[in-house]
Design a protein around this ligand. Sequence first.
Ligand code: F6R
Ligand code: MG
Ligand code: MG
Length: 364
Amino acid sequence: MNVTLSVIKADIGGYVGHSSSHPDVLENADKCMKRAVKDGVILDYHVTKCGDDLQLIMTHQLGENSEKVHKLAWDSFVECTQIARTLKLHGAGQDLLSDAFSGNVKGMGPGVAEMQFIERQAETVIIFMADKTSSGAWNLPLYEMFADPMNTIGLVIADNMHGGFSFEVHDVKEHKKITFNTPEEVYDMLVFIGAPSRFAVKNIYHRETKEIAAASSTQKLSLMAGRYVGKDDPVCIVRSQGQFPAVGEVLEPFANPHIVEGWMRGSHNGPLMPVSVEESNPSWFDGPPRVTCLGFQIANGKLVGPRDMFQDLAFDFARKQALEMAYYLRRMGPFEPHRLPLEEMEYTTMPQVQKKLEGRFTQL
Ligand code: F6R
Ligand code: MG
Ligand code: MG
């Protein structure tokens, strides 16, 4: 069976502040999705949150970039924004950058990760969702899952993975893309994806079969709007088992929290802490940045699950480590590298302050 899995998300209002999502908003999104199943637009769905982001996980047979599915997501966000406005939630409708839908949600604010595939005998998919961070946050974990034998032993000892994976990398500032074949082009690729604020891994393919293995959202909100409108809070879909990394290999990178940009006012570096959906409520200095992970088996287009994959005590140590890293970084207050470099900060007073002090700067 040919199935498309679409994950479309938006922050349409936070509860309280930017820390989480209101149950009434989630309930309304569920109603919109239920209606769409009844109308035959989608096969199945799961509504969830990651912090203040509303996540619509949908299966259907309309392919990637389907106008019908994107419109469904857009209309659901608009409808949920009405609830957010009634409750006076913070930043109601913040990620909806346009007033009218025009065929595709790309470039309109919401984040999108989609993939189309022929369902395997057992189709295991893992969906990662992050809050208080930006697109590019998946570069390091995706590299580890699909190209690093220190993480994924399958690359070494599993015959169906030994041929490697190819990575489609996007230059989000210049709007260009390039594909790298791993393992032989790993060093070249790392020159780029080691700079996640500019280069983001968009898709990964199994080299021998050309099958899609992973897809992520690379939308950069600040570049779209030309001003600060909230962090990208990206999502990522990974197919698992068989010719793809096993569930444990897919989750392994998150056992060692890495530092991402985002956190308070989208202007700080901080550890990406793996948490259950229940615990995705970034409220300490609006953070630290969170990642949640839901696992499903797909059966004839139906989402069997989810299992909350980070609801495992094996990730307690990563959470503790992330909190220690967060405490350590917070002691640096407004100084880099805790604070982002000037050009990467989402909030800045630099132009105004510079203007005010113009006459007081003298030549050295
Ligand atoms: C970061 C984030 C928050 C806000 C902060 C100020 O992505 O969403 O840290 O930037 O709470 O929010 P406003 O400007 O909406 O009061
Ligand atoms: Mg928000
Ligand atoms: Mg958010």
